[in-house]
Design a binder for this molecule. Structure first.
Ligand code: 5GP
Length: 212
């Protein structure tokens, strides 16, 4: 997918915020969307322990709390929040650099972070991704098997809380299957690439006037 590359656009990429309860399949969907050129997944920083198979700098930048807080103080995050008891944040500079270069940037962040981004970047496209229901969410979280019972209980509670912020998002995508959710989000991205630039098409947009 190429971002805003038609002749009438300023050539900047768009910022997409994807939030929703964890266990909704967000990670899988987001990763799929960011495969291929023109769409870049923003790798967050976190203080949580890596899960098996997760790689530093690919899935997250895994930081200790002191280093995370140092970066907060230095203003290096576009947004940051405590999620499920751990710190998470979006490194600011790379996001800006990619947008400037004309790439779409996708943030997989929680609702607290989403609301911060909405404030700071009014052009951000807000997408809420949900599983088909609460029971299905619970089933998916159990199936994942990465959480102990206490963590599972907390994630379900947090999910209920996150759903309460859904009205702050523009788009709702239900993750019945990964394929459908990916197709829906790609459709949103395409449509959002075709919005009229603010102020309309810049003039003169061609050299000759139509003959009257
Ligand atoms: P997980 O630890 O399961 O990968 O992610 C837990 C939650 O943290 C998910 O809802 C995910 O969207 C959110 N998250 C991941 N990165 C960030 C970030 O940089 N900022 C915020 N606010 N939330 C994040």
């Amino acid at each position: 997918m190429t971002a805003n590359r038609n002749a009438f656009h300023d050539g900047r990429g768009r910022l997409f915020v994807i939030s929703g309860p964890s266990g909704a399949g967000k990670t899988t969907v987001v990763r799929e969307i960011c495969r291929g050129p023109g769409v870049w997944f923003s790798v967050s920083a976190t203080t949580r322990e890596p899960r098996p198979g997760e790689r530093d700098g690919v899935d997250y930048f895994f930081l200790d709390e002191a280093e995370f807080k140092r970066r907060v103080e230095a203003g290096l995050f576009l947004e940051h929040a405590v999620v499920h008891g751990n710190l998470y944040g979006t490194p600011r500079d790379e996001v800006e650099r990619r947008l400037e270069a004309g790439e779409h940037v996708v943030l997989d962040i929680d609702v607290q972070g989403g609301l911060q981004v909405r404030e700071k970047c009014p052009g951000a496209v807000m997408i809420f991704l949900v599983p088909p229901g609460r029971r299905e969410l619970e089933r998916r979280l159990r199936g994942r098997g990465t959480e102990d019972p206490e963590a599972l209980r907390r994630r379900l509670e947090d999910a209920d809380w996150e759903i309460g912020f859904s009205d702050r998002y523009r788009y709702l995508v239900v993750n019945e299957t990964v394929e459908e959710a990916v197709a829906d989000i790609r459709a949103i991205m395409r449509a959002e690439s075709l919005t009229m630039p603010e102020g309309g098409i810049e003039r003169p947009w061609r050299n000759t006037r139509p003959k009257s």
